[in-house]
Design a protein around this ligand. Structure first.
Ligand code: AMP
Length: 397
């Protein structure tokens, strides 16, 4: 089946056309600056060249239209007609408590996604625009919603409740939800496959370390805890997000700096993390490593604080599961940053983790980076959220 995977943001739209049987990515691309002057589409057909073209895209319908034109184009296209697109899988950021798995999109599902939109006001409305635009241009093609939060819906109450008055949970559903669920689900499933075991029989800690980052604890085949919360701001120190802080900091700084709570939260989301800690060097780990190398102390502190936080979460989740069999690194930093992995593993001696330094030099591949006699196995497993969305979509339609 040919599945079009759509990840729609407020002014951008990422897409991949995937053959879910052969697991071939037939084409992929990105529309940027939708609704803004200078909108452009970057399209890469399988085996072909990546090309960027300026196309006016005043709204998301125009963006989806441009994507479909590229996919069916006589020269850079990969299908001859839209009939060859069997289904569309949409990445939806927040499913609230309503969605514990992916679902075929119906009017009721759209209504339910709308109802939880106040939990993700920047993301869900954009995701819905993506759904409606596809429905308009591809009437009758089945569509599936795949939620970032769904995999974490198995967390027990003791893990997902905040220590706040219970009425806020009852009235507003304020609780921890977790994100990157498609990735945590895929990677924890894949590591079980690699080890030739059932996921149910393993205690797994997945470290999804990209620009956004989160850790999850998977036991008895289910997510039992994860580091992101009501929003993706909680947990690890990230590229630009602060992760866990004392909530009183917001009020304190709002008063000192004459800012509103919203402005402070914006700083916590966009100007903090390793970017903020390094005094503005970069949110990108390659830039930070280069700065550290040339003697920038703040860059070095930012990287140390980042890996220390990851190590603390691994410790916490080992306690939560009363043990751990395998720790897995994934996403941009987890898959590629050898130094960051080594630094995190340097904290794990108490677990009996021993590092295979030669294996840890590998980037972007499935590889065991602990030694054969390590008490806990440590692996790198590249994530593939788009493939997971395509597979779930194909399974449902
Ligand atoms: P993601 O959000 O998963 O795309 O991850 C982005 C992060 O991965 C950025 O901070 C990059 O610096 C980091 N990254 C990607 N490739 C490499 C690499 N080869 N070496 C070190 N860091 C990398």
């Amino acid at each position: 089946m040919n599945i079009l995977v759509i990840n729609c943001g407020s002014s951008s739209l990422k897409y991949q056309l995937i053959d879910s049987d052969s697991k071939d990515v037939l084409a992929k691309g990105l529309c940027e600056r939708i609704g803004i002057e200078g909108s452009q589409i970057t399209h890469t057909p399988k085996g072909g060249e990546k090309k960027t073209e300026q196309i006016p895209m005043p709204d998301h319908v125009a963006a989806v239209d441009a994507v479909l034109a590229k996919l069916t184009d006589a020269t850079v296209g990969v299908v001859t007609s839209l009939d060859q697109i069997d289904a569309v899988g949409h990445r939806i950021v927040h499913g609230g408590e309503k969605f514990a798995s992916s679902v075929v999109i119906t009017d009721e599902v759209i209504k339910a996604i709308e109802e939880v939109s106040d939990l993700a006001p920047l993301h869900n409305p954009a995701n819905l625009i993506g759904i409606r635009s596809c429905q308009k241009l591809m009437p009758g093609v089945p569509m599936v919603a795949v939620f970032d939060t769904a995999f974490h819906q198995t967390m027990p109450k003791k893990a997902y409740l905040y220590g706040l008055p219970y009425e806020y949970y009852e009235k507003y559903k304020v609780r921890r939800y977790g994100f990157h669920g498609t990735s945590h689900d895929y990677v924890s499933g894949r590591i079980a496959q690699i080890l030739g075991k059932k996921r149910e029989d393993l205690k797994i800690i997945v470290c999804h370390l990209g620009n956004g980052a989160s850790v999850s604890a998977v036991m008895n085949g289910e997510c039992v805890d994860t580091s992101m919360g009501l929003t993706p701001l909680e947990g690890l120190i990230m590229g630009t997000r602060c992760g866990d802080i004392d909530p009183a900091v917001i009020g304190f700084l709002a008063q000192k700096e004459g800012k509103t709570a919203e402005e402070m939260i914006d700083i916590c989301n966009k100007k903090s993390g390793v970017l903020g800690l390094s005094g503005g060097v970069s949110s990108d780990f390659r830039d930070l490593a280069a700065a550290e190398e040339s003697g920038n102390e703040l860059a070095s502190t930012a990287l140390s604080a980042w890996s220390y936080r990851v190590a603390k979460y691994i410790g916490a989740y080992t306690a939560a599961m009363n043990g751990v069999d395998v720790i897995v690194f994934t996403a941009g930093v987890g898959e590629n940053n050898i130094t960051a992995r080594a630094e995190i593993m340097s904290y794990l001696g108490y677990l009996g983790v021993t590092v295979n330094e030669d294996a840890n030099c590998v980037r972007g591949e499935e590889v065991e980076i602990s030694t054969a006699d390590s008490n806990v196995k440590v692996w790198v497993v590249p994530t593939d959220e788009e493939m997971a969305i395509a597979e779930q979509t194909a399974a449902l339609v």
